[in-house]
Write a protein that binds this ligand. Sequence first.
Ligand SMILES: [Zn+2]
Length: 80
Amino acid sequence: MTMCRLTMRARQSARFRRHSLGPFKYTGHTSAVAECVHCKMWVEVDTNPPANGIDIGGSAVALDCTKRKDDDRWARSARQ
Ligand SMILES: [Zn+2]
């Protein structure tokens, strides 16, 4: 898979967990990492993972954003 598609999928997965990823930074020729601007959890993508590796991984695709929930609670109470 191309880096462009991988980072797009990583962003979708992170958004599903309510994260907002910052820009991806290359960590090697085939890998890049991005951090959630809210909670600093991260996601890493690799276009050429090892045979037993994964192409998208990290805490931001495994765990829900911890900071974003507070925003939602604030938004809900503000709306009422
Ligand atoms: Zn987050």
